[in-house]
Ligand binder design. Structure first.
Ligand code: DX5
Ligand code: ZN
Length: 232
């Protein structure tokens, strides 16, 4: 039987969901920061995992995810893997309590160490998690379209991944609309990067039902207000 929090993604939510990315949280007080955004109305927690290879930065791994799970047992954990070899970490994140594991199409379609994204979606499902597929700003729509079917969620990056606090790239909105037109009602669309109250409405208009945001929430002193401003 699926865990109750897994129902978050299905059916479609009747309002945009907000996923604070804890990359901009105070790392000295991660559990407290997670609880604070959940109490402030966050719908899920977004964990950015970087391997220093797919992107230049290094951030968090399964142990951090397990700690968040321990301190926030009912939270929906949205884990965004910006790593070259996501298959290596599927089991570890399943054990660490991730609800959604998203990896990048650019990792799958790599010339030298690529893999079939649909096979990895199946592996993620077999481990009891939802599966997500992410696409970077420069990657063409045609690259992701053949692979949408088995995924619970598609994540469109609106910054080049690696860091929080970058500016929103509005060019990705056309690609977002095109992806949205190909999704089934049971598939979610998430936008991630540079989302602020002034550009959140354009993401929602393009079909996104989940907005991931780090600095727009954690760099303010009123999380509840920041979250409600993103919802519009
Ligand atoms: C970027 C990460 C994003 C990032 C968002 O590589 O995937 O989730 O934390 O940060 P903001 O909202 O500050 O752009
Ligand atoms: Zn992210």
């Amino acid at each position: 039987m699926s865990k109750p929090r897994n129902k978050l993604l299905k059916p479609a939510p009747d309002r945009p969901l907000v996923a604070p990315s804890i990359l901009s949280a105070d790392f000295g007080r991660v559990a407290e920061e997670c609880r604070a955004v959940l109490e402030a109305g966050a719908d899920l927690l977004h964990l950015d995992v970087m391997d220093g290879h797919f992107v230049p930065n290094l951030t968090m791994g399964p142990d951090l995810c397990a700690a968040v799970r321990r301190h926030c047992p009912d939270a929906f954990l949205d884990v965004h893997l910006m790593v070259t070899n996501p298959a290596l970490y599927v089991e570890a994140f399943a054990k660490s309590g991730a609800d959604l594991l998203t990896f990048h199409i650019e990792a799958a379609l790599h010339d030298n160490h690529g893999f079939d994204p649909n096979d990895l979606a199946n592996t993620i499902h077999d481990q009891g998690m939802n599966a997500g597929l992410a696409i970077n700003p420069p990657t063409k729509l045609e690259k992701i379209l053949p692979y949408l079917k088995p995924f619970d969620l598609i994540l469109v990056m609106s910054v080049n991944p690696g860091y929080s606090g970058q500016s929103f790239i509005a060019d990705v909105l056309d690609k977002t609309r095109a992806i949205n037109s190909q999704l089934r009602p049971d598939q979610r669309l998430e936008m991630d990067g540079g989302i602020k109250p002034d550009n959140a409405p354009s993401c929602i208009e393009a079909g996104c039902d989940i907005l991931a945001a780090a600095s727009a929430i954690f760099k303010t002193d009123n999380y509840a207000e920041a979250i409600s401003h993103l919802r519009g």
